[in-house]
Design a protein around this ligand. Structure first.
Ligand code: HEM
Length: 171
């Protein structure tokens, strides 16, 4: 079993990004999507957009850190793992781009940052559908990512999850 541990900065960015993305997926799906576009929604949209942009920054930081810090030893099915991680990063970045484009084109950004009224509905917007579809793809890939981590931990027993464990390394 490998005793490799990611750098503390990588561990911090990983769990921060994970918490933020799960928060955005849950609140976006169960709160934001169902709220009528009244003035009361502006605050929730503002939080969603700022945290969404932050999630994008964290993903870029993750990729940067991964290249600069020591590389972990390869695991079983390393190629699939790499592909899965790349998929997660690309999906989050596409969500940021589609969300920002939707907000700018529909007038949501004007309502959130310049006091204009919200557009009546976002239903007809293709970018809204694209953003929603990307969130479903991301949910599916996150489920695969979590299952793969648990498979490594409990079936392959290569200590993979411990690489990303917060706290002091065990001696
Ligand atoms: C990791 C980044 C992001 C995630 C995970 C995320 C997630 C979500 C989810 C789950 C929904 C509801 C989709 C549905 O149920 O159909 C949503 C809607 C939306 N998101 Fe995001 N989002 C992200 C980034 C952004 C960014 C950066 C912006 C804008 C700058 C943005 C703007 C919007 C808008 C305008 C809506 C539509 C809300 C409505 O229906 O009224 N999102 N997002």
């Amino acid at each position: 079993m490998s005793t490799f541990r990611y750098a503390p900065s990588q561990i911090l960015v990983h769990w921060l990004a994970a918490a933020l993305i799960v928060f955005l997926l849950v609140t976006g799906t169960f709160v934001l999507a169902d709220l009528p576009n009244s003035a009361d929604k502006v605050g929730s949209l503002r939080v969603h957009m700022i945290l969404g942009a932050l999630a994008g920054v964290l993903v870029v930081a993750r990729v940067w850190l991964r290249r600069r810090r020591p590389q972990p030893p390869a695991v079983v099915a390393e190629r699939w793992a790499r592909l899965g991680h790349m998929g997660l990063n690309v999906l989050v970045l596409l969500l940021v781009v589609s969300g920002a484009a939707l907000a700018l084109q529909s007038g949501v950004a004007d309502a959130v940052f310049a006091g204009a009224a919200l557009p009546e509905s976002l239903e007809g917007w293709t970018l809204r559908k694209v953003h929603g579809l990307l969130t479903r793809l991301l949910m599916a890939l996150i489920a695969v990512h979590v299952l793969a981590a648990l498979y490594h931990q409990w079936i392959v027993r290569d200590g993979l999850l411990l690489r990303m464990r917060p706290g002091k390394p065990r001696s």
